[in-house]
Structure formats: structure tokens, C-alpha cells
Design a binder for this molecule. Structure first.
Ligand code: PGA
Length: 251
């Protein structure tokens, strides 16, 4: 089965509710290209309004994080049930900014991935090495460890629905992307690993590239056979840039 490319915008800690609605209204003016999936991941405060603004549109809604418990005494957290309540389809888990600044562990990422599936949310699970790890020749070892931990205990059928984003930490928000060939190579390593553990389901797992994707470099990534789309940060905050990246995607 051919993998449907996904272009997901990670808005991070940007946009008030009003700004978020204005952005999706502008995105909605252009139809989503055939054979391509587009998602936006606004901050929690805007999810409900953006969800309403997206009614009747093919653009999907995602959240940027969640807790793995359904409810409870976890001040400041958001549960999978709450994300389903505002009609999220996707949830980003294990973004490097959460791993780095909020001490998120492989174990927590694994719990979140399992909780997402339990609540019919599709995780966009992020992996990627830091610059010191790459310089020490450990890039593959790091993404292997992260991928193994996050997929432990999953059924092959879930692995086929999982989205992984390979985002080298040194490429995020720096304007210095990985080369398309290197992104393709590492994504191939990730798929090989999934294939050893989960068999044919790995051929269905969508694996995106993320890290300084722009209108100028997006097409190069999308030409690569292993790259199934992009997780876009900075450029997703600008309608023209994001739509140009979406148009570069190819089924
Ligand atoms: P960037 O962020 O496109 O701004 O580099 C990507 C991400 O963090 O998902």
C-alpha cells in the first residue's frame, strides 16, 4: 500500500486564538492536493477554535503533546480524552524540545505512544540526534534507541499507523537542514529496524523529515523514496511558505 505523504505544521508556542483562526482560514482557501494529507498542530489554547474553523476542510488537527493518563491529579497536563474531545486526529510526542527542556524520557514517550493508540489518536513520534551525538558518530545509535523504546509493546498493525518524524536536533530552527540524502538514509535505517521487529507493517509506517524545512528545500526531501512528508516548524507559521511546502509534496 502506498504511503500517503503527510505535511504537518508544528506551531510550537506561537499564535493567540485569533491569530490561529486567521492562519487556518487562509490555509483553507487552498484545497489540499489529492493524495496528500495536511495537518496543523496549534497550541492547546487554540485547539478548540481551530477545530471549529476546520469543519468541512480536509486539513487535520493535531496537538503538540499530551499526558498518557486519561484524567487525574496532573496539574497543567492535557489528556488524550481531551484531545479527542476537540477532534484531534494527531498528537506529536517526544519532540526534541520536550526531551531537552522538559526532561521527557524514552519511557514517557513510549507511554504516550501507547496512550494515543488506546484513544484512537495517531502519534507523530519524534526522534533525532543532537550535534554532539552526530559528531561522535552516534546518530544511528540514538535514533535506534529512541525508536525501539517508543515502539516497544506495539502491535504490528499499530506500527503501520504510527507516524515517525526524524528531526536531527541540530537542524531544528537553525536554518541548517540535513541533506535530503542523509535524511533519506537515516529514515531508511529507522524503517529497517521497524521491519526487523514488526515485519511488513514497517512498509506502511510514514516517516517524515523535520528540521528547517522551507519552501526552497522541501521538494528535495519529498523526492527521496523513504521520506513520507515533513514536520514543519517555523515555516508553518506563514501561510504562503506552508502552502508552498504542501504543494511540493507528491503522492
Ligand atoms: P523547524 O522546526 O522547521 O522550525 O526547524 C521543526 C520542528 O521542530 O518540528
Amino acid at each position: 500500500m502506498a504511503r500517503i505523504p503527510l505535511i504537518a505544521g508544528n506551531w510550537k508556542m506561537h499564535k493567540t486564538v485569533g491569530d490561529a483562526i486567521a492562519l487556518v482560514q487562509a490555509l483553507k482557501r487552498e484545497p489540499v492536493p489529492d493524495g496528500v494529507e495536511v495537518a496543523v498542530c496549534p497550541p492547546f489554547t487554540a485547539l478548540s477554535d481551530v477545530s471549529r474553523a476546520l469543519e468541512g476542510s480536509a486539513i487535520r488537527l493535531g496537538a503538540q503533546d499530551m499526558h498518557w493518563e486519561s484524567q487525574g491529579a496532573f496539574t497543567g497536563e492535557i489528556s488524550p480524552i481531551m484531545l479527542r474531545d476537540v477532534r484531534c486526529r494527531y498528537v506529536i510526542v517526544g519532540h526534541s524540545e520536550r526531551r531537552q527542556h522538559f526532561a521527557e524520557t524514552d519511557e514517557a514517550v513510549s507511554r504516550k505512544v501507547r496512550a494515543a493508540f488506546a484513544h484512537e489518536l495517531l502519534p507523530i513520534m519524534c526522534v533525532g540526534e543532537r550535534l554532539d551525538e552526530r559528531d561522535a558518530g552516534r546518530a544511528e545509535a540514538v535514533v535506534t534507541r529512541q525508536t525501539e523504546a517508543a515502539t516497544a509493546g506495539l502491535e504490528p498493525q499499530q506500527v503501520g499507523r504510527l507516524v515517525i518524524a526524524y528531526e536531527p536536533v541540530w537542524a531544528i530552527g537553525t536554518g541548517r537542514s540535513a541533506s535530503a540524502e542523509e535524511a533519506n538514509r537515516v529514515i531508511g535505517v529507522i524503517r529497517g529496524l521497524l521491519s526487523e521487529r514488526f515485519g511488513g507493517a514497517a512498509a506502511e509506517t510514514r516517516i517524515l523529515y523535520g528540521g528547517s524545512v522551507t519552501p526552497d528545500n522541501a521538494a528535495e526531501f519529498f523526492w527521496q523514496p523513504e521520506v513520507d512528508g515533513a514536520l514543519v516548524g517555523g515555516a508553518s507559521l506563514d501561510t504562503t511558505k506552508f502552502l508552498t511546502i504542501v504543494r511540493a509534496a507528491r503522492p
